[in-house]
Ligand binder design. Structure first.
Ligand code: DQA
Length: 153
């Protein structure tokens, strides 16, 4: 039987709309549009249907995750940006909806300022991809799909 198409929501948090214009030594020169176009290319072979959401607002991201639960989204790929280090509300909605998710960071947050070393999300993530630049989104999508399709006993 062919695998079912998985509905994946890609969430980009605060300031990721500025990718390519912002601190390019840390985040590179690719734009968010380019990153999403590359993910779309991977989406067919992985049998996923992707939707994308970027917001600079914590509440809007929480609302979107609640809506994803109602829409039957199978998995979330999320770079929560700075909210990673601050938002208990974001953790609570991810825990409460129990949608499996992979946390992505473009930079190696552990090699940066101490305030970036803690994530409210990591302990409940299916997996984490950190420090591989924008390739982390591809790796994260692949990891998320493998996680969702893993044999369950
Ligand atoms: C980031 C790392 C965060 O600490 C930062 O606030 C971001 C981007 C990353 O992708 O490396 O906005 O999530």
């Amino acid at each position: 039987m062919p695998d079912k198409t998985l509905k994946i929501l890609v969430i980009q948090g605060p300031n990721l709309n500025l990718l390519g214009q912002r601190e390019s030594l840390i985040y590179g020169s690719e734009t968010l549009e380019t990153v999403h176009a590359a993910l779309e290319k991977r989406s067919g072979p992985l049998q996923t249907s992707l939707s994308f959401f970027q917001s600079n607002h914590e509440g809007a991201i929480i609302d979107r995750i609640q809506a994803a639960k109602k829409d039957g989204v199978d998995g979330i790929l999320i770079n929560a940006g700075a909210l990673t280090h601050t938002s208990i509300g974001l953790r609570d909605v991810l825990a409460g909806t129990a949608i499996p998710f992979v946390e992505v960071h473009i930079s190696n947050v552990h090699a940066r300022e101490e305030f970036r070393h803690h994530s409210y999300l990591s302990a409940i993530a299916a997996g984490i991809v950190v420090g591989f630049g924008t390739a982390g989104y591809d790796l994260g999508l692949e990891g998320l799909v493998r996680h969702l399709r893993r044999p369950k006993s």
